[in-house]
Design a protein around this ligand. Structure first.
Ligand SMILES: C[S@@+](CC[C@H](N)C(=O)[O-])C[C@H]1O[C@@H](n2cnc3c(N)ncnc32)[C@H](O)[C@@H]1O
Length: 333
């Protein structure tokens, strides 16, 4: 965990090169970056704290998970060696550690998890999958098994490689639900008690359902229809129109605006400027800025610049459930 160690970073395979551009833009061209898997890179230069800070504030958007590399092997060593290696890196003997294992390709990393779990529990350490101050990461690539150790607060996500897994229950209205749930959990967002929320691009209603579960009364704006299961809820108001038309006539003052509209980043961000007039000061905004164009990084940056006219951007990141888009969290100024 000492300085000078390589930092392993995870990004969606399609976004890996964008992440590299961002890292070089932030830390200079001298940072050594090596691709070690489809979704995994290694960088030498900045500390994990510096990289995490740049990711937390959205200066780097396309990295979703970090850990510090402490060893790499062709295959995992015997348990007593594994335990000694991990425990020797920590400033104090831990009561508990999180262990997270995954593979860069197909597969779950389950066997590595159990090896580490046995190694550490054998030394009196409680092992869980998340929720501890320190996280041991173990990622299998085609060529090696890499071991990482990091503080949870510098990891960006408390899931293996940032791959959050959410239950696929029958009550789910859309796959998009995962994006909002992941954003709320990852950034620790609290929605106001009994708040009023407007959901732009709501159809078929996945985000609306999640907002309702967080106690919001929801105005669901979309020319498309809502899932029949949402129709009986008197705290859902389906506004079957476009966002522009809705705001032209709206008189409700909102606490929260969410926007998952299918449109390019700048158009979507401009709609958020209109929304700002209907959002209370300090109100929460959650927006997906969608891929679009040949250069998604520049598009996302332009979208953020537009949002910056009326909002303070807190976070901007491509989360595990984002496809070709980033999720932005902001407060209305
Ligand atoms: C990805 S879907 C939203 C999925 C939704 N968040 C969910 O969880 O079910 C994008 C939606 O944006 C809507 N949309 C596109 N342009 C819009 C506009 N100008 N005003 C309102 N909705 C719009 C589309 O009709 C489409 O239903």
């Amino acid at each position: 965990m000492s300085g000078g160690r390589s930092v392993l970073f995870s990004a969606a395979s399609d976004s890996y090169e964008l992440a590299v551009r961002e890292i070089r833009g932030e830390f200079g061209r001298d940072v050594r970056i090596q691709r070690v898997g489809a979704e995994l890179g290694r960088m030498d230069g900045p500390s994990v704290r510096e990289v995490a800070a740049a990711c937390d504030t959205g200066r780097i958007m396309f990295v979703r998970h970090l850990t510090v590399e402490i060893a790499s092997f062709e295959e995992l060593p015997p348990e007593h060696e594994l335990a000694a290696l991990v425990l020797g890196e920590l400033p104090e003997y831990p009561k508990a550690l999180a262990v997270q294992a995954w593979t860069d390709g197909a597969g779950t990393g389950g066997s590595s998890y159990h090896r580490l779990e046995e190694a550490l529990t054998g030394r009196g350490v409680t092992v869980t999958r998340a929720g501890q101050e320190y996280v041991v990461s173990c990622v299998g690539t085609r060529k090696a098994v890499l071991l990482g150790l990091n503080r949870r607060e510098d990891s960006l996500s408390d899931w293996p490689g940032g791959r959050m897994r959410l239950a696929r229950g029958e009550e789910r209205v859309s796959r998009s639900e995962f994006k909002l749930e992941e954003a709320i959990a990852t950034f620790g967002l609290e929605l106001p008690a009994h708040g009023k929320a407007v959901d732009l691009g709501a159809s078929p209603g996945g985000w609306t359902r999640i907002l309702r579960r967080h106690g919001q009364e929801v105005w669901s704006v979309d020319p498309g229809s809502l899932d029949p299961r949402l129709r009986g809820d008197r705290r859902i108001h389906h506004e079957a129109t476009t966002a522009g038309r809705f705001f032209a006539a709206n008189t409700v003052r909102f606490d929260v605006v969410v926007n998952d509209m299918r449109m390019d980043q700048v158009t979507s961000a401009r709609m958020m400027l209109d929304a700002a007039d209907h959002l209370r000061r300090g109100g929460l905004a959650i927006v997906t800025l969608k891929g679009g164009g040949r250069n998604p990084l520049d598009g996302a940056r332009r979208g953020l610049q537009v949002l910056g006219e009326r909002y303070d951007v807190l976070h901007a990141r491509q989360l595990h459930h984002n496809r070709n888009e980033i999720t932005v969290i902001a407060h209305r100024r």
